[in-house]
Ligand binder design. Structure first.
Ligand SMILES: [Zn+2]
Length: 105
């Protein structure tokens, strides 16, 4: 059963390492598929984390939720220009388009 997918391989492997560290059996699919499958949309080629045994799914989802909220808290940043709070995924302030300062990465 698929737990997680993301275009960023690094994040996918972080999830996989987290699960392995808690003893949850899992594996990564599509790791090398990006750009290799012309007929599929990019979304279909994203690396995925799969749980080997569905019994672990609730526990795995809980860990994933915790991890994602930590990720967001850890890297939210405040725009120097307008003071707006921006989520970790934004490289530009969504309010005024000011670039994220290097020291806030
Ligand atoms: Zn701003």
């Amino acid at each position: 059963m698929r737990l997680y997918c993301h275009e960023d391989r690094f994040l996918v492997w972080q999830v996989r390492d987290l699960l392995v560290s808690r003893g949850i059996p899992c594996f990564v699919k599509n790791e090398y598929a990006i750009g290799a499958m012309g007929d599929l949309s990019p979304f279909d080629c994203w690396p995925e984390v799969w749980i080997t045994d569905d019994e672990w799914m609730p526990k795995a989802k809980q860990l994933l939720d915790e991890w994602q909220s930590q990720l967001q808290q850890g890297s939210a940043w405040y725009c120097r220009h307008c003071g707006e709070e921006n989520g970790s995924g934004f490289e530009l302030c969504w309010q005024c388009d000011t670039e994220r300062p290097d020291d806030l990465r």
